[in-house]
Write a protein that binds this ligand. Sequence first.
Ligand SMILES: [Zn+2]
Length: 263
Amino acid sequence: MPAISTKKPYRVGRSRTGLGLFATKPIKKGAKIVRYFGPLLDSRKKKDDAIENKYLFELSGRWTIDGSVRENIARYINHACKPNAESDVMPRKRKVVIRAIKNISPGEEINYDYGTDYFKAYLKPIGCKCDACEKKRKKKRAEARAERLRLKAKAERKALKKAEKQAAKARERLEEELKLELKRSLNGRANGGKANGSKANGKLANGKLTNGKHANGKHFNGSFSNGHGRSKVPGPSAAAEPKASTKLLTPATAIGQEQQASA
Ligand SMILES: [Zn+2]
């Protein structure tokens, strides 16, 4: 690293891309910071024209400064797309000076825009790492992350909706089945349990109430149930015959008892 006089308002230090030039004192906007310095190359001379490095600073069609020499402190200044300094080119004097275009505070890195040609040749292929470009990349990454999250949330909402729909359908089916089951069970009781064969139904239907006393009893069989039942189900079993519903049974029973009582 070259020795820099303590009078100078800058020092060489570590930067994002390697080394860089940093302000050590406040630098006023418009102030000259450092000269971009090196031997002049004449493009008309074959030997000069053959020189190739990243520190060549073209002044005109003919003259170029070769800034690769060690004494050229300005070569430590990195490129930035939104810089705080600029290269002030004086072709007639064959001189380049780096000048502040903003007030620069101590500790801040000094940058200038290297220009389109340099950017295309050296920075675009590897990706510019200046603050502005890093910020842009960060923003893009954050946006991509947010977009991914948004899509994920959307997919989750969709899946949840689907699951809710399926659950509602399942609930509906279950309710339907329960209703059917209830109907069957009610019919089973009324039909004397043979058709359903369930124990609970069998007990009730084959028990005293239906078969024993009332359903096969005098009055019930005689007046209501037989005619009605036969026309619908021509069953051979006498026990299964009465087709009356529980609704029918109750008043029939009441009537039967009444009639029995009055008889
Ligand atoms: Zn940049």
